[in-house]
Design a protein around this ligand. Sequence first.
Ligand code: GDP
Length: 425
Amino acid sequence: MSVKAVVGANWGDEGKGKITDYLAGESDIVVRFQGGRNAGHTIINSYGKSALHLLPSGVFYPHVINILGPGMAFDPVAFFEELQALRDKGVPEPQVRVSDRVQVVLPLHVLFDEVEEERLGKAAFGSTKKGIAPFYSDKYAKVGVQVADLYDEKRLLDRLERNLVFKNVLLEHLYDRPPVSAEEIAAELKDDAEKLRPFVCDTSALLYDALAQNKRILLEGQLGALRDPDHGIHPFVTSSSPLAGFASVGAGMPPGSIRDIVAVTKTYSSCVGAGPFVTELFGDEAHQLRERGGDAGEYGATTGRPRRVGWFDAVATRYGCRIQGATEVALTNLDVFGYLDEVRICAAYEVDGRRTTDFPNPATLERAKGVYETLPGWKTDIRAVRAFGDLPPNAQRYVERVEELLEVRIGWVSVGPNRDEIFRR
Ligand code: GDP
C-alpha cells in the first residue's frame, strides 16, 4: 500500500503543485481533499504554465485518476473553466472523478464573501472572495448542498430554502441587497449539474477498492499548516484543514493508510494577505526577493496580489512539519537565493524577552521577534544541478542547517520551477 500526502509546511505557496506534478507521474490516483478555487498551484511542464485551483495536479498524466474529494469546496463553474483551459493547451482529456458527497459552492457564497469583506473595510481578512468561508460556514451549519442533491429537485429546493431563511435577512438588512430565491439558484445550477453527471461517483468506494488493489495514491493539500483553522495563525487561516491528518477525512480513507507525508517548504518565506509574519522583509530587500522568487516573481496564482516575503522561518516551519506529521521535507526554490552575498535563517523567536523555538499561539505571535543566523551565500546559478553533492558547498550548508533546525530529513531539493529541476537527496 502506498499512500503519500503532499502538504504545505507554511502559509501556502510552498511549491506543492510542482512537487505533486512530479510525484503524480509515479501515482495511479491523485486526490484533492480540501479547499476550493481560493488558492492556486502553479505547474510548469511540457504543456507550458498552468494554474490549477480545483483540479488535482495529476491531470497532466492520462494514466492518473484525479479525484475531487468530499472535503473540498466544489465550484462547478470553476471546474468546467479549468477543464477547458487544459483542453485549450492541448492536454489530453484527463480522468476526473467528483465525489457525490462534496458540497457545492453557490453563487450565493461568492456574493456573501464579497459583501462581508466590503462591510469589514479596513478590517477585512484579505479573502480571495471565492465564497470559501461562507461555503464552509454553511457546510458546518448543515445548510449546504451536496453534489448528489443536484439530482433531486425537491431536496435541492428544500436545502436552499432552509439556507435562505437566514441569508435573505442578512442580505436585506445587513448588506442592503435584494433577496434571492431558491428557484433562481436551482435554475442557475441546472445546466452545470447535467454536464457534471459523467464525472460524479462514490469516490470513497473507488479509493477503498484502490487501496485493496495496492494502487499508488497521492493526496494533495492546498495552502499550508499555518492556515489550519485550529493550528494556524487564527483568524488569518482558511476554512478547512490543510493537514495530512485531515486528508483521510477529506478524501475518505482510513487514517492509518497514509504512510508518507511530504511537507513542502520554500527556501524563503512568503505569505499572502494580512496576519503576523515574523521574518518579513521590507523595502528594497523585499522587492529583490519578490521579483526573483518562484517562476515569475512572488505574485498570487489566484489573485495576482504581491506576496509578502521574508527569510526562512525555522520556528514556524518546524511547527508546520510537526503538525503535518512530516516524514520528509521537500525544499523548493533553492535557486532563488543565488543572488545573495549572505543568507539568513530565523532559528528562534524572542517573545517578551525570552527565547523560544516553539511556535507561539496567535495572540503571542504578534509580539515575537526573529533571532537570526547568517550564513554565506553561494552566488551561483544552480538550476542545472541534479545531485546534492554538485551544489556549491555554501548551498549544501544552508540545506543541512535548515534540516537540522527542522528535525526532519530534506528528501527533495527543487532548484527551478520546471518539472525536471529537482533531485532526490
Ligand atoms: P503551491 O500552491 O504550493 O503549489 O505554490 P504556488 O504555485 O502558489 O507557488 C510556488 C511558486 O514557485 C510557483 O511560481 C512555482 O512555479 C514556483 N516554483 C516551485 N518550485 C520552484 C523552484 O524550485 N524554483 C523556482 N524558482 N520556482 C519554483
